[in-house]
Design a protein around this ligand. Sequence first.
Ligand SMILES: O=C(O)C1=C[C@@H](OP(=O)(O)O)[C@@H](O)[C@H](O)C1
Ligand SMILES: C=C(OP(=O)(O)O)C(=O)O
Length: 430
Amino acid sequence: MDVDITRSRVHGRARAPPSKSYTHRAILAAGYSDGAVVADPLVSADTRATMRAVEAFGGRVDRTDGDLDVTGFAGRPGVPDDVVDCANSGTTTRIVTACAALADGLTVLTGDNSLRSRPQGPLLDAVDQLDGRAESTRGNGQAPLVVGGSVAGGAVSIPGDVSSQYITALLMAGAVTDEGIDIDLETELKSAPYVDITLEVLDAFGVEAAETVAGYRVPGGQQYERDDPYPVPGDFSSMSYLLAAGAVAADDGGVVVAGAYPSAQGDSAIVDVLERMGADISWDREAGEITVRRSDLSGVEVDVGDTPDLLPTIAVLGAVADGDTRIVNCEHVRLKETDRVRAMATELETLGAAVTEEPDTLTIHGGESDLRGATVAGHDDHRIVMSLAVAGLVAEGTTTVAGAGHVDVSFPGFFDVLYDLGAELDEHER
Ligand SMILES: O=C(O)C1=C[C@@H](OP(=O)(O)O)[C@@H](O)[C@H](O)C1
Ligand SMILES: C=C(OP(=O)(O)O)C(=O)O
């Protein structure tokens, strides 16, 4: 599917979808337990991959009244009957790899083209250090993967600058090993708030884990337990597109985004970034509502070490702002569904923006008058698609975003929400 977006104004109220990161963790935590209910989950292509994995390990996931009723495998994942398809989801691949290392037999994991080009080597190496078996079938550190080995716990040393999901995966699996897992970080940890989300979800399921001087430690022999339904908060990465749309294209009362309660999500930093750029934005934390009105934006420097998923949104804001926006510490953002630094540089240039790309920095030399509608590639990446759709609201004429259906990965209904806010858009098959 492609989407044509014509320059238009937006206003009104929208609700953020539930958090993808919390939903993945809650589904797997419930899988590690006897069973639990995940309330108000994100049901999207990525979280469906995690549901499939829990079922492959012997659990069951039923949808009841919008909740997920998960029957768990009680800390003992079975050997799947078939290959586990992680589709486009890096999170699923990592948390399922560590879970598969507990099973008494082998699991084969694969996914789509993008997923099969993402780095898994450090996690495979960690499983190896724990005396498990973890191999890339092509020997290139990428999926398809073969994993197993009844890992009993131990100590691992792992880089922190490739993906925090390796740490999340080891902490979640380590709790049900005999010995627990000690994680020694070889480098600075990127995307660190995502490990905080993991610790929060573990705690909510009665599992203890903590930061140490060298990294993290999770004691073994624990049980995941949760009596009350686990409530998933709203997703700040998804909110970033709606807030950006309000900041660059709102009229009347602006855009109000509901479901914005404080949580461990680093991506709530989008509020601070917009404020620093000069946006008229206010966050009522108790009501869980953020209101943003259109204002003149100025370029700023943003370090995305903790918040890689905000890069496409900030890049578009930078293209509309006056002056330079420097997005620094972004090398790990090249390891996502696509190389998002390169993709945003390419597509913003197609729309007429001036951009300088360096290995670890993306600089956008902004100015709204420069953006002109054009056909841009979505790079089969939900975040590239959604951020370019926001650019389409301000680019002169019509912008066509190709491959727009990928929003299903994290924000199904994104274009309906944008349309309801008043965006002039047309979805069509190619
Ligand atoms: O754990 C998570 O839920 C995520 C961690 C981040 O990845 P990295 O840790 O690989 O940077 C982020 O980009 C991804 O969208 C979700
Ligand atoms: C990178 C992302 O997710 P994952 O790593 O789970 O594919 C994302 O949602 O932007």
